[in-house]
Ligand binder design. Sequence first.
Ligand SMILES: [Zn+2]
Length: 418
Amino acid sequence: MTAPFCSTDLSSAVVSRPPLPVRSSAATMSRPMADTPLPKLLLEELTPRLPGMLSVLRTFVATESPSLEKAAVDRCCDVVANAWRRLSGARVDRIAQKHHGDHLRITWAPTPAKGQLLVLGHYDTVYASGTLRKMPFRVSGGKAFGPGTFDMKAGIVQALFAAEALKRLPESEQPRKRIVFLWTSDEEIGSESSRKLIETEARRSDAVFVLEPSYGPRGALKTQRKGVGEAELVVHGRASHAGLAPQDGINAIHEVSRQIARLETWNDLRRGVTISAGIIEGGTRTNVIPELARVQLDLRATTVADMRKLERRLLSLRPQIKGARLEISGGFTRAPLEHKMSAALFARAKALATEMDLALEECAVGGGSDGNYTAAAGIPTLDGLGAVGDGAHSSHEHVLIKTMPQRAALLAALLRSV
Ligand SMILES: [Zn+2]
């Protein structure tokens, strides 16, 4: 069954509750009871905002934003920028890109600001234009389905309503730090055009909150992410007739196979070190001893030390068949987000969640995000703060809608407490 608020659009959400100036007494949240903890107050404020949140989410999802289609992703950038301008009252800067979609930097600054916090996310998705026809936005059974709902447009919506709720706090309760929300357009294709911007803003910040999807039905935060890399091993052998002159050949496929067997022994699942041959090619005909073969490898490691060790081992590979020659390129592109970079922020988030009567869990994951870059820059980073749901990058992608106000309140409470 489709929920009734599904038919409202962004403009009606805005009309129903326009952003109010901070100093207006009507705009300011009041504490019903002096002893209500602020996180709980934020949750009470945000819970009735769910229809508005879904309405904005619907607008974001209805504007498809495949990373590789600049015109489409820029249209979504317009929609996200407009929603932030209208609801948050914050300063919105659009950072133009030539080949990829534009990025958005939104600055919420108290005066005087004592430091900076960075909230990080992306509005591009992995779905090509036209996916909405097969996979329309719909709300059913307490879930909002659609391309990019979970990864991670709902995260951006939650941040927007968190910002709006913060704005409505009494001045004495407002965040003391400048808050920069950075919404990028190319995370799903490796963040090539946004990486510098992310690292620059991270270095100016005391902490980074990443609104990538949480993990599992209970919405665990991601306090550890593996480092991720790719490498290629090319083997040069010598071609020869497999029947007439086998002694003259150096079989590049045999050599690459031996190397792969060796690489396989480097896997250490307990330590979180993995190396996996993902693509292999070589040879021309069965009666020709192949002179060329190559394998492309996926690399993962949980610690910086293990990452470096794996790279060193790769570079030290030597041929096993006499006369073969190896060429090795690539390596890690995202360093691990080590647990120590998240631990203190997670403890704080957990305490704030407890004040809202919510349980909060943490987990380690094998995939990277832009949080890997910010942690590698030495800035405490808490990831997986976005939506609770399932099915990222698949036809059943969805978010659990009742958790949206909870996650918005958690983010608001964090931004105010750090
Ligand atoms: Zn994502």
